[in-house]
Write a protein that binds this ligand. Structure first.
Ligand code: K7E
Ligand code: CUA
Length: 677
């Protein structure tokens, strides 16, 4: 949720409170006070003794940090910070020559983003531990992380989109990851008056196919919809497999002052998209091929990321494909949309609504068959609210946003304004429990809680505001996660922990699913980087005009070569570092004085390349930044940089040098003969 929206909700909350609608808040404070229980009990439940492992991996989006934070649950310990959309100078992600292409987009290299929704890949609707997908919100992209590496392997740009918020939300077998645009824009982009919004703008939903063997994504088709704001999504499962649901607010189609203009209508929609129908229409040639330029960045088997450019997409419209889209009226500016484990209930979080509406997939199908429409909107049938709604959770609190499920018949909804989690029954839609959160909860997460088989032991609240929860740290205070035990009838707060970045959504799975499948190193002999040096003998320095390739190795506890002369000011120097180690957890680092991009961190067996243009003469030390051995501090070297017109010969101390010297000498003779240089 954006700060602007937060502000708006606060204002509305104030209004609501003034109007005397504070019942829910008062109720929750009472419940909360009696809920802290024994601190010792809670401590025991989250205590993971030294040397022991956590039960779950939790993958939390970093929000405006553009990365993924991996935490252990129940301890809340940070295990890894995986750079995705944001350059990371700590290990050279997005800076090294091998990873730079990963951040290519049609707007150029975009080295940051706002990442909201991690989604684990699924098999038959259950997280399978293969991949993690996550959306880039600002420059529309979807990334895929490989969970044997905990690294980003692929980033697909989404054309005809702006604000990729309702994304990536996988279908049951990763048939698709989806991408709905939050901001409608002209698609394709063009120069139009903003006041032509209603005629010229579109809200495009994208379905990208995921290859079941490799995980590689490819845009299969796009759907052109009215110019609403498509906010969140979840896929159907079981009986509702084949459908995806997207919340849409701003059905008023305002293009300015949305806090007022998009809050006019009593109900907006959940858009129900029949993607099987879409597949058929595409197969029947009902899609139009439209030009589009977008980047598809993929890490190669050689460890080098490359960009392929997409040039067109297949666009379908509900008009050309009847049965593709229906609108489910949903009160009031809905945010989250979540599907329960059985696939029957579709729960929307109407952030300005006083109830949580629950739609039934069975009723929806019947309503479609009976043509129980209240009308059409832009030619798309709008189903009657009563014909699809199966229940409304009464008095849930204020500002319902997101819902997760425990697999035992209960749903848990985050209430942003009244800062609480509300547990309610899927049988009768009655609230059975509530606990306060500290403060302003956005998403919440139960391991597997949006899948067919939740591991319903904990719920994690992700809070926007921490205020007084931690030691103060200047103007910016940490965001926070809070872990609650949900194994009993009543939720119990166990733990608070601050997070890196702003966690929006998260996903978690049992550690046992992936912990034994981790890649421990890259086999050196299979290294296919063109500048890999698989032994110290292969190290060398080569000049081609102003370009110098320094092909180096690192191994405990030295670089080869570690003494290099003959570099000139303004040269483009490429340091190609191969880590010769073949042991788990022995990365080496590489840093050079004045490098104005990054350092490198090379995993065992891996080659990484740093570009460097020295701007002034001098002696430049370089060293290993990762404390790798007792003699780590000896792991260093020098580079001599001479003037642009200097005659200092290229020279380095590795086994290849002697050989090269003869070669160079010959070259010099030849040059002298021809009178050049
Ligand atoms: Cu509710 Cu971007 Cu999923 Cu944040 S979103 S809270
Ligand atoms: Cu290698 Cu420190």
């Amino acid at each position: 949720m954006s700060p602007r929206m937060t502000h708006r909700l606060h204002r509305l909350a104030t209004l609501a409170l003034l109007a005397g609608a504070a019942i829910a808040v008062a109720g929750c404070t009472r419940a909360g006070a009696s809920r802290l229980g024994s601190a010792a009990d809670a401590a025991v439940k989250v205590y993971v003794p030294p040397g022991s492992y956590d039960e779950f991996y939790a993958f939390m989006s970093g929000g405006f940090d553009g990365q993924v934070g991996v935490y252990g649950l129940p301890s809340g310990r940070l295990l890894k910070h995986v750079p995705v959309f944001s350059q990371n100078p700590e290990n050279g992600w997005g800076y090294s020559e091998q990873t730079k292409a990963m951040l290519a987009t049609s707007y150029g290299q975009v080295p940051w983003d706002d990442a909201h929704h991690p989604q684990l890949s699924q098999t038959a609707g259950v997280p399978d531990g293969r991949w993690l997908f996550i959306n880039g919100n600002n420059t529309p992209r979807i990334a895929r992380l490989d969970l044997t590496l905990f690294e980003t392997e692929e980033i697909l740009e989404i054309p005809n989109s702006a604000g990729n918020h309702s994304s990536p939300f996988v279908t049951e077998n990763n048939e698709y990851v989806v991408a709905g645009t939050r901001f409608s824009v002209p698609a394709p982009q063009r120069d139009v008056p903003i006041d032509d919004y209603k005629e010229a703008f579109s809200g495009v939903l994208t379905f990208a196919r995921v290859d079941s063997a490799t995980g590689h994504m490819a845009i299969a088709f796009q759907i052109r919809l009215p110019a609403f704001d498509y906010d969140l999504s979840h896929a159907g499962k079981g009986p509702s497999h084949g459908w995806s649901f997207f919340t849409s607010y701003n059905t008023e189609e305002g293009n300015t002052k949305l806090e007022v203009n998009a809050s006019q209508k009593d109900k907006d929609y959940v858009a129900a998209i029949n993607w099987k129908q879409a597949e058929q229409c595409v197969a029947q040639g009902k899609a139009t091929t439209e030009p589009a330029r977008y980047a598809h960045n993929l890490m190669g088997a050689d460890g080098i990321a490359r960009t392929e450019w997409g040039t067109s997409t297949k666009m379908i419209t509900p008009a050309a494909c009847p049965g593709l889209a229906y609108y489910l009226p949903t009160p009031k500016s809905p945010h989250g949309v979540d599907v329960d484990p059985t696939g029957e209930y579709i729960v929307a979080g109407g952030k300005l609504a006083t109830v949580i509406p629950v739609h039934s997939f069975t009723k929806m199908q019947k309503a479609i068959a009976d043509r129980a429409f209240m009308g059409e909107d832009h030619g798309i049938p709008v189903l009657k609210y009563e014909a699809v709604m199966v229940g409304e959770v009464q008095n849930p609190g204020l500002g319902p946003l997101h819902t997760e499920f425990d697999g035992k018949g209960y749903a848990y909804t985050s209430m942003f304004l009244s800062s609480e989690i509300v547990k309610w029954s899927l049988k009768d839609f009655k609230v059975v429990d509530r606990v306060p959160t500290y403060y302003s909860i956005g998403h919440l997460m139960i391991p597997g809680g949006d899948s067919r088989k939740p591991w319903g032991k904990y719920v994690l609240a992700m809070d926007k505001i921490t205020k007084d929860r931690y030691l103060p740290t200047g103007p910016e205070l940490a965001q926070s996660a809070q872990l609650y035990d949900i194994s009993g009838d009543r939720m119990k707060l166990l733990l608070d922990f601050p997070t890196i970045g702003e966690p929006h959504y998260a996903q978690a799975l049992p550690a046992s699913l992936i912990k034994d499948r981790q890649v421990k190193m890259y086999p050196l002999m299979e290294n296919r980087d063109p500048f890999a040096a698989k032994s110290e003998k292969a190290t060398r320095v080569e000049r081609k005009g102003n370009v110098v390739h320094v092909v180096m190795t690192s191994v405990r506890s030295h670089f080869m070569p570690d003494k290099i002369e003959g570099i000139r000011v303004g040269d483009s120097v490429y340091f190609h570092l191969t880590n010769l180690e073949q042991d788990w957890d022995v990365p080496h680092g590489f840093a050079v004085l004045g490098a104005n991009n990054a350092e490198l961190l090379m995993m065992p067996g891996q080659t990484r390349t740093l570009a460097w243009v020295p701007s002034r003469v001098g002696i430049y030390p370089f060293y290993c930044t990762d404390f790798c051995s007792a003699l780590h501090q000896e792991m260093q070297g020098y580079i001599r940089v001479s003037a642009r017109d200097s005659k200092v010969a290229l020279k380095w101390n590795s086994p290849s040098y002697a050989q090269n010297e003869e070669h160079e000498a010959k070259e010099h003779d030849e040059r002298d003969e021809h009178g050049t240089n």
